[in-house]
Design a protein around this ligand. Structure first.
Ligand code: GDP
Ligand code: MG
Length: 644
């Protein structure tokens, strides 16, 4: 017979499968993992001494192109929270039931947990088959079949085995391979996420964390972000399946050696992720399901919340009801006492506050939820859209619920989608006219909100013209501020550009005006304008006060002030102090005279000489010289001015 081809030599990628044990204490879970892999999964001294699994244990087996990572969980009810940390990220469950004891409480609890966590595949091992006769074995098999009817394991193989004699082990392995072939692997191309289940130090290496890599991949020299701490750390090295590797992929048991952090600051429940993408959360909206065996859940109950490897006390707010009946599900908010890194689609388990039993679980829909408010009537429809999972609808709904638009980084943090995916879905939304992109790379504003903003801009500019016929238009800033905070600056800019492109509005510097509009002056206003100009021009440097000029006009004071503003805007008049206004020709002549003085007399001029030269009093001379300083015609040097 030909030797089997070596998968490594043939560069066939291994399929990585995480197998988790589940079942009552003493049913032979750890013994079975040892019998299959050659590794006894109990690691702790205490576990070995007492012969009981307390924490998670790990063992590996590579066979026929499959890399099995076994996560062995404790069966004792006191250690269910450890079991939960191991149960997240399972591809398939190895449900262990001792043939001499059949189904026991933690068989049920572990199985419920697997179901609530969305585990889809599994194999049942009837262990300790060497201890029972054929009749008993047959009876237990019937009980198990009955128990699993209608669940995800109803068609799963039930294999009688003995870790002691080795009976049934080859058949069990065969079934594990079959089940593994049905598992759809986790997505290595996605953003990296690793819930941490262990943290320790290795002499000479420093801090190491381990976990089941649930998404993406990680390799040496990557930067990763630690949650909820939000520290960015460098990866020194990576192991998977107990061996150093270049890159660990989703679906693998993974150890990450981290630089720049004490192992004592790292602990189970934290997570590593692609840096700069995600946000930790304390409030999630979810689909919450209560087990039929659970008592009813009251509004504002406190529970223990478990997701990934993390756990926190949480308060539950049920939407659309005051309690949740056993076996029912509802949308609910969970307010966590501690921050966690969660994304939509993440599964979680809830356990009763006291006594601690598993009562239900669910799936995260909105990981960055707002607090529950009775006036927030759109929430249930929003959660329904998220639950349906159509990406365009989801993004559209997210944009609609955002205040004034959703940015690229908001979308990434809320969905965990890849950049390319965000771009693609965003493009579809804008192409179909459901949303408008108002800035690169992406700020999505719902079409309705955008159209409203644009209309408001046009209306306000128009209204301004009506109310201020003597002004050229509204200032850009005044127009923007008047729209309120819900219209973000980018929306304003885009909508304004659009209105200008459509020749509805015109931009003149910072002034927004109706396209083609010019100021229309009534005959007496035009006369008044002329009078003002003449008054200042005739006065030369000894100008009258503004009040004096305006009072002698044939128009109302309000109009007179506006006409003055027009002259100032058009720079026919120049205001050099709040009280002093000069005609531009007067100032131009003054500048010329100074230059002549410089050429013919001196580069320097004192205040008295300036007064003499211009024939004005100190009241005018000082502000004028300060104005000339500002204009860089002169520069102050002690008591004198240097003419520049
Ligand atoms: N006779 C027999 N004993 C077993 C078998 N598997 C496990 N045991 C024993 O059952 C006890 C509990 O096994 P263990 O693997 O620690 O159970 P766990 O708590 O489910 O992990 C140990 O004393 C094992 O030696 C088996 O197939 N046959
Ligand atoms: Mg054990």
């Amino acid at each position: 017979m030909l030797p089997l081809p070596d998968p490594i030599a043939m560069a066939i990628p291994f399929k990585s499968i995480i197998v988790g044990t589940a079942g009552h204490i003493d049913h032979g879970k750890s013994a079975l993992v040892e019998a299959l892999t050659g590794t006894h999964p109990d690691r702790l001294e205490e576990e070995k001494r007492r012969g009981i699994t307390i924490d998670l244990g790990f063992a590996f087996l590579e066979q026929d192109g499959v890399r099995f990572g076994f996560v062995d969980v404790p069966g004792h009810e006191r250690f269910v929270s450890n079991m939960l940390a191991g149960a997240s990220g399972l591809d398939l469950v190895l449900l262990v039931i001792a043939a001499d004891e059949s189904i026991k409480p933690q068989t049920r609890e572990h199985f419920d947990i697997c179901r609530l966590l969305g585990v889809k595949h599994g194999v049942v091992a009837l262990t300790k088959s060497d201890l029972v006769d054929a009749d008993t074995a047959g009876l237990v098999r019937l009980e198990v079949e009955e128990y699993l009817r209608g669940t995800f394991l109803q068609d799963a193989p039930i294999v009688a085995v003995s870790a002691r004699t080795g009976a049934g082990l080859p058949e069990l392995m065969k079934e594990l391979h079959l089940a593994a072939s049905e598992v759809r692997g986790k997505d290595a191309a996605h953003l990296f996420r690793l819930p941490i289940d262990r943290a320790f130090a290795i002499k000479g290496f420093g801090s190491v964390v381990t976990g089941t890599l649930i998404s993406g991949s990680v390799s040496a020299n990557d930067e990763v972000e630690l949650f909820p701490e939000r520290a960015v750390l460098r990866v020194r090295g990576v192991q998977s399946g107990g061996k150093a590797v270049e890159r660990a992929q989703a679906g693998q048991r993974t150890a990450v050696n981290l630089a720049g952090i004490e192992h004592t600051t790292l602990k189970r429940g934290m997570a590593l992720a692609t840096p700069g993408k995600f946000r930790a959360t304390r409030r999630i909206d979810a689909r919450l399901e209560l087990l039929p065996s659970s008592p009813k859940l009251k509004q504002r109950s406190r529970v223990h919340f478990h997701a990934g490897t993390s756990e926190a006390v949480a308060e539950i707010f049920i939407y659309g009801g005051n309690e949740l009946a056993p076996g029912q599900s509802a949308f609910a908010q969970l307010r966590l006492q501690e921050e966690a890194l969660l994304l939509p689609g993440d599964r979680f388990i809830v356990r009763q506050f006291s006594p601690v039993i598993t009562i239900g679980g669910g799936v995260v829909l909105d990981a960055l939820a707002r607090r529950p408010l009775t006036r927030d009537t759109g929430r249930v429809a929003f959660l329904e859209t998220l639950e349906r999972g159509d990406k365009e609808d989801m993004l559209s709904a997210m944009a609609e619920r955002s205040l004034g638009g959703i940015t690229f980084s908001d979308i990434a943090a809320r969905t965990g989608w890849l950049d390319a995916e965000i771009g693609e879905v965003g493009k579809k939304l804008t192409a179909s006219g459901r949303a408008k992109n108002v800035a690169e790379p992406l700020i999505l504003v719902p079409a309705k909100a955008y159209d409203e903003a644009r209309q408001k801009i046009a209306d306000r500019a128009e209204r301004f013209h009506k109310e201020n016929p003597l002004l050229p238009g509204i200032s850009r800033e005044e127009l923007r501020v008047g729209l309120g905070r819900r219209v973000r600056a980018e929306t304003f800019r885009t909508a304004l550009e659009e209105l200008v492109a459509q020749k509805k509005l015109e931009l003149q510097g910072e002034v927004v005006k109706r396209a083609g509009s010019s100021i229309h002056l009534e005959p007496e206003e035009a006369r008044a304008k002329e009078q003002i100009e003449t008054a200042f021009a005739a006065a030369s440097l000894t100008v009258p006060t503004v009040k004096e000029v305006l009072n002698g006009l044939p128009v109302e004071a309000k109009h007179a002030e506006k006409i003055l503003q027009i002259l100032l805007r058009d720079k026919i008049l120049v205001r050099i102090t709040p009280e002093l206004i000069f005609h531009r020709d007067t100032l131009a002549r003054l500048k010329e005279r100074l230059l002549t003085y410089k050429k013919t007399k001196s580069e320097r001029i004192s205040v008295p000489v300036f007064k003499e030269l211009t024939g004005i009093t100190r009241k005018y001379a000082i502000p004028l010289l300060e104005y000339l300083d500002r204009e860089r015609i002169t520069r102050r040097a002690g008591d004198e001015r240097v003419i520049l």
